[in-house]
Write a protein that binds this ligand. Structure first.
Ligand code: DX5
Ligand code: ZN
Length: 227
């Protein structure tokens, strides 16, 4: 049985303690670190950019899973690569040249990924499948943590799983993932879960057993349903 990868979203941590939070969540069993970059234009919120990611980079060897919710994205790909991202995700809705953006990410030596908003059909993936290492399916409208999971994406995940066939492409789900919703998406074919509030809620770097308990519980319900 494949094990689900859990990628805590640092959006839900205490931003004044990024180093401590990264170390805590790594110790708690995180597989990847999910980094939400927002520009106040593509999404109605602003977070952080490449300098902050570069500042986090020395504090863990975990995969940096950088989710760019910015438009345009092409002018900034190199900066996010140099900052230490391992996976770079762009949104299909962020510009007219998805194929070009994905080529640029791979040319920088990084894993290339595309994200789809809840209202975007999976058909946008059809002609770029061979350029993809990961598909990020949004299960909330991007911009904020702590939102409610949108169940319509479960079918979308299943259709994407069929589309990719034997290609070695990860399917990641982001938004409203909890111990209750995680098994719904792993049953449909997802293998990487972004989890923000459901990891960090009620914990702190001093009380990281809370993070550990949350990650363990979500991983267990996700793995039990994994296809
Ligand atoms: C939303 C971000 C998510 C967010 C998830 O725009 O892309 O990564 O942090 O947070 P939760 O798990 O709280 O929905
Ligand atoms: Zn995200």
């Amino acid at each position: 049985m494949t094990s689900t990868l859990i990628a805590p979203s640092m959006l839900a941590c205490d931003f004044s303690r990024l180093r401590d939070e990264i170390k805590a969540v790594e110790g708690a069993g995180a597989d990847w670190i999910h980094l939400d970059v927002m520009d106040g234009h593509f999404v109605p919120n602003i977070t952080f950019g490449p300098n902050v990611i570069a500042a986090m980079r020395p504090h863990t060897d975990k995969v940096f899973d950088t989710h760019l919710m910015i438009a345009p994205c092409d002018p900034y790909l190199e900066a996010f690569a140099k900052a230490g991202s391992d996976v770079i995700t762009v949104h299909a809705e962020a510009g007219p040249h998805l194929d070009r953006s994905l080529q640029a990410i791979r040319a920088l030596g990084k894993k290339a990924a595309v994200s789809l908003n809840p209202g975007t059909p999976e058909s946008v993936l059809e002609y770029v499948l061979d350029r993809l290492d990961l598909i990020l399916v949004m299960s909330v409208n991007p911009g904020f943590g702590g939102q409610k999971f949108i169940p319509a994406v479960i079918d979308k995940v299943a259709r994407i799983r069929d589309m990719i066939g034997d290609r070695p492409i990860d399917i990641e789900v982001d938004g409203g993932v909890t111990a209750e919703t995680a098994p719904l998406v792993t049953a449909a074919g997802a293998n990487v879960l972004v989890v923000g509030s459901a990891v960090f809620k009620g914990g702190s770097p001093e009380n990281a057993q809370v993070y550990e308990r949350h990650i363990k519980t979500i991983r267990a319900t996700a793995d039990a349903a994994h296809v």
